[in-house]
Design a protein around this ligand. Structure first.
Ligand code: SAM
Length: 244
């Protein structure tokens, strides 16, 4: 198995986040209709999809291009009696094939960076009903002058990373009404993401003893975790909410 997927299977989530933050973002959206049509883009194993289903009782189309994550989401939904609210679809966010204005709400936690913050918001606009809302979480600088170490790391890993003000300007320039934004708590990085990921890295170290290539991947993941441990004041995940 590809070591990346070995690292990233069967984790509670695939990006920082938590149920309370998903619920908070939802509560900030004005006038969501009863049983809304929701698109969850890059849903992964779907912790946020399940939260959306529980709270809204809407119809959620959850898309991802990695089938094992969709299978896991379906299993979790069945365990929680939420299957009737969730349809999974294996497709790429780069080539979504929905009718224009299909959704009351477009959701994406930790996944819009794959297209780029601006590019994603620009391309998804088309699928949103007038008056509909978008909620995305995005890795963002929390300070105007970040220290050199995280700056260099993220310049390489995510060169398009912006600060909160810059992202709000992008939202407004695209013609959305900016609603609100908030930074996810540090616990949302650790509890369901970095802590289980770090445990997995340690297990894989034993399995891949002496395998330089595998250990280089594990080192890189560990480095990202150490960096956050040191510089969590400088960057974080931020939820951005906007309306068409
Ligand atoms: C960082 S994870 C976030 C997953 C989930 N939203 C969460 O918070 O746990 C990004 C997700 O995007 C998916 N992904 C990557 N490229 C994609 C693409 N082109 N189209 C759709 N999904 C994609 C990955 O499989 C992964 O599940």
């Amino acid at each position: 198995m590809n070591i990346f997927f070995e690292l990233h299977s069967d984790l509670p989530r695939e990006a920082p986040g938590d149920m309370a933050s998903t619920a908070k973002a939802l509560s900030l959206i004005p006038k969501l209709p009863k049983n809304p049509q929701i698109l969850d883009i890059g849903c992964g194993p779907g912790m946020q999809t399940l939260a959306l289903a529980k709270i809204t009782k809407g119809q959620i189309t959850a898309i991802d291009n990695h089938q094992p994550f969709l299978d896991e989401l379906q299993q979790r939904a069945a365990q929680e009696n939420l299957s009737s609210y969730i349809i999974t679809q294996n497709c790429s966010m780069f080539s979504l094939d929905f009718q224009p204005e299909s959704f009351d709400l477009i959701w994406s936690e930790g996944a819009i960076y794959i297209m780029g913050f601006q590019e994603g918001l620009q391309s998804w606009h088309h699928f949103l009903k007038t008056g509909g809302a978008i909620a995305v979480s995005e890795l963002s600088w929390l300070v105007t002058n970040p220290p050199e170490e995280p700056l260099n790391f993220w310049k390489n890993a995510y060169p398009a990373m912006k600060n909160i003000t810059e992202n709000i300007t992008i939202i407004q320039n695209l013609g959305y009404n900016y609603i609100n934004s908030f930074t996810l708590p540090e616990s949302s990085w650790w509890d369901d993401y970095y802590t289980p990921l770090e445990r997995r890295i340690n297990n894989l170290r034993q399995k891949y003893q002496g395998n330089e290539e595998a250990n280089a991947v594990l080192d890189e993941e560990q480095r990202e975790i150490e960096l956050y441990r040191k510089y969590s004041d400088s960057y974080g995940y931020v939820f951005y909410l906007m309306q068409k």
